[in-house]
Design a protein around this ligand. Sequence first.
Ligand code: ATP
Ligand code: MG
Length: 137
Amino acid sequence: MERTLSIIKPDAVAKNVIGKIVDRFESNGLRIVGMKKIQLSKSDAGKFYEVHAGRPFFGELVEFMTSGPVVAMVLEGENAVAKNRELMGATNPKEAEAGTIRADFAQSIDANAVHGSDSLENAKIEIDFFFAGRELL
Ligand code: ATP
Ligand code: MG
């Protein structure tokens, strides 16, 4: 049993497809154990994506992630980290496999609909960034 962090990014929230994305997780054996809609500040987004701080797209990434509300979720299930990444599809939606969330709901490499933790270790850090223990049920 694993837990991982998922974020429905501002583009997908604006497109009103929160429910459709949540359905992908629930229909594929993942359980929502925490969920909140939140407006990230520049400082929040910068801290969350700290690992990318030196990359040329960092400024745009922070700008985009703060352009509107996001939905942060903790998903629980067997191999949740890998399962979530599989359901998301490739970072660039043009390269994402048919039937994945990014292939179906994302328009570009920055507006790519969802975030998912890339390792169990990062999942723990990212879950703690958004949620208190009493919010995970
Ligand atoms: P995420 O961390 O959001 O789940 P990811 O793990 O698939 O996505 P990362 O390499 O961690 O991809 O990049 C984080 C985010 O930064 C991507 O989701 C994307 O929005 C943005 N990004 C990554 N590479 C580029 C790029 N070359 N140009 C513009 N934006 C990029
Ligand atoms: Mg990543």
